[in-house]
Design a protein around this ligand. Structure first.
Ligand code: SAH
Length: 276
C-alpha cells in the first residue's frame, strides 16, 4: 500500500513581538516549517526567520480559512507552522484548529500530528513592563463582542470585579468598538475605589511600545486601541516608585524586614484569622 507521509502541524505562540521574547522551542518550530501561516502583522514580526519558506498571510477575519488551510497542507505531508502572537492558546488560533479538527472527524494518531508551542501571552508581557500586578489572583477577559454576546462578557466583568480579581482586558477597543471599555469601567467602579491602579500597555515589546499608569477614575482619558492591554488592579494593588504591584499576603503572616513570623501565625499552615 502506498502509505501517505504523515504531516505535522505546529501551533506556535511567538510571544509579544520582540525576538528576545520568543522561546527557543517556538523558534525551532518556525524554522523547521516548510509552510508558515499567520495574520499579516505576525508574519511581519518573524519575517527575518522565514527566508525561503512558503508563507500564507491572511487578514484578520480569515481565521477559519487559515486553520483549514493549515490542516489541509499538513495532511499532504508538509511541516506547517500556524502562528499567533503571544500564546496561540489564548484568544489565538489553537482552539480554532481544534474545532476544525473535531468537525472533520480527526482522531488522535491521525494525520497530521499536532504540536503546540506556548508563548508569552500579552498579560504577562504587559505585567512585566509595569511591575508585579499579577502577584495575586487574576483573570483575563476579552472585550471583543464579535464572537461572544455582550451580556455574557458583562456578567464576567461584574463577577470578576466582585471577586476582586486583578483583571487583564484583551481586545479592549478598536476603531469601531469603543463602548465596551467604558461600560467595563462603570461596572468595576461599583466594587473598587477610583484610586485603583490601572495600566494601559500598548504594543509591549514592539517598536511603538507605550505605557500609561493611571487609575480607575482617569484611565479613560487616554487612548485605548486594538494593540492595548488594560490591567485593572484589585483593591490590594498599589503604586510604588513608578511601578504597580499586588501584594500576596506575606505581611499577614510575616514581619518582612525582620523575617520573623507574626504572633499567632505558623509557616506552612493556613492563616490564623483570629490573629489578623
Ligand atoms: N494570543 C494573544 C492575544 C490575541 S488577542 C496573546 O496571547 O497575547 C489580541 C489582544 O491581545 C490585543 O487586542 C491586545 O489586547 C493584546 N495584545 C497582544 N499583543 C500585545 C502586545 N504586544 N502589547 C499589548 N497588548 C497586546
Amino acid at each position: 500500500m502506498n502509505e501517505q507521509k504523515k504531516g505535522k502541524l505546529n501551533i506556535v505562540g511567538i510571544g509579544p513581538g520582540h525576538e528576545d521574547y520568543i522561546t527557543p522551542a517556538s523558534l525551532r518550530a518556525i524554522q523547521e516549517a516548510e509552510l508558515v501561516i499567520g495574520y499579516t502583522t505576525y508574519i511581519k514580526l518573524v519575517q527575518h526567520l522565514l527566508n525561503d519558506k512558503q508563507i500564507i498571510r491572511t487578514g484578520m477575519t480569515e481565521e477559519i480559512k487559515r486553520a483549514q488551510i493549515a490542516i489541509e497542507e499538513a495532511k499532504q505531508g508538509k511541516i506547517v507552522s500556524i502562528i499567533s502572537s503571544g500564546d496561540a492558546g489564548v484568544y489565538g488560533m489553537a482552539s480554532l484548529v481544534f474545532q476544525v479538527l473535531e468537525e472533520i472527524g480527526w482522531k488522535k494518531g491521525d494525520n497530521p500530528e499536532i504540536h503546540i508551542y506556548p508563548g508569552i501571552t500579552a498579560i504577562n508581557a504587559c505585567a512585566s513592563l509595569i511591575g508585579a500586578p499579577l502577584g495575586h489572583d487574576f483573570c483575563s477577559i476579552s472585550l471583543s463582542d464579535l464572537l461572544t454576546p455582550w451580556p455574557i462578557i458583562k456578567k464576567r466583568i461584574e463577577l470578576a470585579a466582585q471577586a476582586d480579581f486583578v483583571i487583564g482586558f484583551y481586545n479592549p477597543a478598536s476603531g469601531r468598538r469603543q463602548r465596551q471599555i467604558v461600560e467595563a469601567k462603570e461596572i468595576i467602579s461599583k466594587y473598587r475605589p477610583g484610586s485603583t491602579p490601572v495600566a494601559l500597555v500598548k504594543s509591549a515589546y514592539r517598536k511603538r511600545e507605550h505605557i500609561v499608569l493611571s487609575d480607575l477614575d482617569h484611565f479613560l482619558d487616554y487612548e485605548i486601541g486594538m494593540l492595548t492591554t488594560v490591567i485593572v488592579g484589585s483593591t490590594n494593588t498599589r503604586f510604588f516608585e513608578g511601578y504597580i504591584y499586588t501584594p500576596r499576603g506575606y505581611t499577614n503572616k510575616y514581619n518582612i524586614l525582620e523575617g520573623t513570623v507574626k504572633e499567632g501565625q505558623k509557616p506552612g499552615f493556613s492563616l490564623n484569622l483570629e490573629s489578623l
